[in-house]
Every structure is written in structure tokens, then in C-alpha cells.
Design a protein around this ligand. Structure first.
Ligand code: UDX
Length: 435
């Protein structure tokens, strides 16, 4: 099938390369010329394991192309997938301006009957709104059908999540359009769930809000565990054995970040308020998460009395491992709180430092290795659980520090190694501290 993908962010790009990989002819369109030039050279503008290989392979096979021209990209498309961002507005609701612009661009350049698939995360009712926008501005007399097809991929495992998704949701009120999209995905051999448009839109928000709530729940339990002397890692394991609960997303720590959970929970809360349907559980999910991001700094303040003049080595900046994405990363708040309290922060992240510098700026310094960051530090903060940090030679790291104190925001250091590392103060989340 001939497919056009509008927007080459995480979702658009992963979708584009994976659809090419299963045999479709894909053109990815983006208004950002620099991005498109990079992609044309076979390079990925984002750090995402496995993406570049598929990009190079499918481009060289002639199934994947990139352009800034809507005219060129849309001329033959039977299916057009919109995957532009829907960031958060100041009042919490989803900002649909990129989507509105995408609809306008499409309306001017669609030259044949086609199916428009909305993959962007959009509030209930948006598919209908976009259809009206499109139809109202359409330059050529073509038949357009809309399908809602929310995306569930995670950054860092976007390719695997797309090729081996748990499910694909196809929301449509038109049988023919639904069948065509089912056919597009069929080579993936993934369960397909067919729904109406509004339910498909809601599934995405409900899923993300539920997962975020699961994280806040376990973080609430973690804080209680600290108070009563229990170990949240064991508690989560015990809970996770119950199939009704499931073991995933019960990892306690310094809270969720990223481009989806924070904004989607707020957008769903906005919808509930707009509808006059109370959903204070979501308020609590957000409140616990905000608190959780301050947790390590609070613990350090308690331990040191004050942080003025202290050097903190911060390991990890991205909102989670295997990505250079800094959106809503807990590291931002942590760095700001530490520097506001007078601490000097030296941070190290395997890939996110340059993105971090754009957001956090030069109020902290950026080291080239964990060892360099740790040199003469009064404490180590583990903020992102990169595999590299789990493999650290903790003993060697502690040796270059001024004080042997670790605040582990992700409970990711190896206990055996910690025990073998001599005198140490270790403060995890929701587990007894080692003092
Ligand atoms: C999420 C959803 O998982 C995905 O389905 C959706 O399409 C986009 O949003 P992503 O933001 O890439 O994906 O990352 P995810 O792995 O879900 O983690 C989100 C945040 O939650 C991270 O900051 C992570 O550190 C945190 N998290 C996750 C926890 O704190 N504990 C957990 O148990 C799981």
C-alpha cells in the first residue's frame, strides 16, 4: 500500500519505518527541513535503538522516502497517517494547533480518495473535528474517510513496540476504511481491536492515565514502606504475582516523566472537569508524582542539613533509559532544586546531555563519565536507571568521592556490590536505607 506519514517525531518515524519494513511504500513528510535532510542521509534525528538500521535498510530498498513537500508526499497516498504532536496547553488541555495545521496542509494537497488515520493522541471528539476541518477546506473533490488509530509505543523500545504491539486499536465508523487499515497492519500479526472512533480516542488516554496511576500508587506505597520499615521491591513483587494486578509498571522511584504520561493525565483530567464528571484520582496521581520528583532532594537536605557548597554527582538526565528525550524528565526539577539549595551539580548521562543543556542550562556542569561526575562529590544521585549505571564499579566510584553517600532514585544499584563496597550510606526509595 502507498502510505504517507505526516510528522517525523517518535511516533511518526517509528510507524513509517515499521510500515516500510512490512512491505508498504512509505513517504514521511515533515515541515522541518533539517530533520528531513538528516533522514535522507540515513541518519535518525532521535536516539532510538534499532531505528536507524530499519531506516537505512528500507530507504535503500526504495520503500521509504522523506520530503518536506506535501504535494510530493501526498500525490499517491491511499492512506495518510497523522502523527504530529499534541503538546499540553497552559490550562492542561491538549494543544491541537499542529493537528489543525496538518489538516490544513492535507486539505490543500489531497488529490485522490484516501483514508486519513489519526495517530496523534487527541481528546475524544477530535477525529470528528478534524474531519470537518478537512472537508471544509478540501481543494479537490475527493472522498476522505477518517480512522482513529492511537499509538502505544514507548520511547527506547519504539521499534519493538510497533512490530510486536500488544494490540492495535482501529476506531472507525466506516467498515471499508476499517478493513483497509486492518489490511495494512495484517503482516504484523498483532491482535486488532475494532471500536467506534470515540472509544478508540478514549482508550489511549485511559491506558496512559491508568499506567501513570499505577506508578503513583506504587510510589505512594513506597513512601509508606519507608515509614513502616517495609521494602517496596518485595511488596511490588508480591503484588505483581497476582495476575489481576500484573507486575509491570510497579517500579517505585522518582516518578514518571516523558512526553506522554504527564500531559495525557492532565488532558484527561481537563476533559473530566469540562464534562463535570469528578475524577480526583487523577489529581492524586499528579500530586504524588510531583512530590516524588522532590523526594531525593528532600532526603539529601535531611541528611546534610543544608546543601550549600555540597557537590552532587547526578547520574542520568533523560526521563528514562535508552532515550535522549528530556521532556518532563524528573532530572530537570531535581537539578533546579539542588542548585536553588546552593549545591554544585555535575551530571552525566550516556546520551541526553546536549538536550539537557538546552533545558537545564549551564547552572549545572556536564561530565563525560560517571567517574568524572563523581570526583570529589559529597553524594551521588541516581536519576535514570541506565544499564551502564547498573554495571558501575561502585567501589571505584565511591573511592573518588569526598563522601560515600548514594541517593538511588531508581533502586537500581546492585545490592551485592553495595555490600562489598565498604562503609557506605545508601538511600533507595521505599526500602530500608543502609547506613
Ligand atoms: C508511555 C506509554 O508506556 C506508551 O504506551 C505511550 O504510547 C507513551 O507513553 P514512554 O513515555 O515512552 O511511554 O515511557 P514508559 O516506559 O511508559 O515510562 C514513562 C515514565 O514512567 C518514565 O519516566 C519511567 O521512568 C516511569 N516509570 C515507568 C516508573 O517510574 N515506574 C514504572 O514502573 C514504569
Amino acid at each position: 500500500m502507498k502510505v504517507a506519514v505526516l510528522g517525523t517525531g517518535y511516533v511518526g518515524l517509528s510507524t513509517g519505518v515499521c510500515l516500510a519494513e512490512i512491505g508498504h511504500e512509505v513517504v514521511c513528510i515533515d515541515v522541518d527541513k533539517r530533520k528531513i535532510d538528516t533522514l535522507k542521509q540515513g541518519k535518525s534525528p532521535i536516539y532510538e535503538p534499532g531505528l536507524e538500521e530499519l531506516l537505512v535498510h528500507n530507504s535503500s530498498e526504495g520503500r521509504l522516502a522523506f520530503t518536506t513537500s506535501h504535494q510530493q508526499g501526498l500525490s499517491e497516498a491511499e492512506i495518510i497517517i497523522i502523527a504530529v504532536g499534541t503538546p499540553q496547553s497552559d490550562d492542561g488541555q491538549a494543544d491541537l494547533s499542529f493537528l489543525e495545521q496538518a489538516a490544513k496542509d492535507l486539505a490543500g494537497h489531497i488529490v485522490r480518495d484516501c483514508i486519513v488515520v489519526i495517530k496523534s493522541t487527541v481528546p475524544v471528539g477530535t477525529n470528528e473535528y478534524v474531519k470537518q476541518l478537512l472537508l471544509g477546506q478540501l481543494k479537490n473533490n475527493c472522498e476522505i474517510k477518517l480512522v482513529s488509530n492511537p499509538e502505544f509505543l514507548r520511547q527506547g523500545s519504539a521499534i519493538q513496540d510497533t512490530l510486536k504491539a500488544d494490540r492495535i486499536i482501529i476506531g472507525s465508523d466506516d467498515e471499508g476504511a476499517s478493513e483497509k487499515i486492518q489490511e495494512m497492519y495484517r503482516p504484523l500479526d498483532v491482535p486488532l481491536l475494532l471500536t467506534d472512533v470515540r472509544s478508540a480516542e478514549m482508550i489511549k488516554y485511559a491506558s496512559n492515565a491508568f499506567l501513570a496511576t499505577k506508578i503513583s500508587f506504587i510510589n505512594g506505597i513506597a513512601n509508606l514502606c519507608e515509614a513502616v520499615g517495609a521494602d517496596v521491591e518485595d511488596v511490588a513483587k508480591g503484588m505483581g504475582c497476582d495476575k489481576r494486578i500484573g507486575a509491570a509498571f510497579l517500579k517505585a522511584g522518582i516518578g514518571y516523566g516523558g512526553s506522554c504520561f504527564p500531559k495525557d493525565v492532565k488532558a484527561l483530567l481537563h476533559t473530566s472537569r469540562k464534562q463535570g464528571i469528578p475524577f480526583s484520582l487523577l489529581e492524586e496521581t499528579i500530586a504524588i508524582n510531583d512530590h516524588q520528583q522532590e523526594l531525593l532532594v528532600g532526603k539529601a537536605l535531611k541528611r546534610f542539613g543544608e546543601l550549600k557548597g555540597k557537590k552532587i554527582a547526578m547520574l542520568g538526565l533523560s526521563f528514562k533509559p535508552e532515550t535522549d528525550d528530556m521532556r518532563e524528565a524528573p532530572s530537570i526539577k531535581i537539578a533546579q532544586s539542588l542548585t536553588a539549595a546552593g549545591a554544585r551539580v555535575a551530571a552525566y548521562d550516556p546520551v541526553a546531555a546536549s538536550n539537557a543543556r538546552e533545558i537545564i542550562g549551564d547552572v549545572i556542569t556536564y561530565a563525560d563519565s560517571a567517574m568524572e561526575a563523581a570526583k570529589d562529590a559529597d553524594a551521588l544521585f541516581i536519576v535514570t536507571e541506565w544499564e551502564e549505571f547498573k554495571q558501575l564499579n561502585v567501589a571505584a566510584l565511591l573511592d573518588v568521592m569526598k563522601q560515600r553517600i548514594i541517593f538511588d532514585g531508581r533502586n537500581c544499584l546492585d545490592e551485592v556490590l553495595l555490600q562489598a563496597s565498604g562503609r557506605i550510606e545508601y538511600y533507595p526509595v521505599g526500602r530500608p536505607a543502609v547506613i
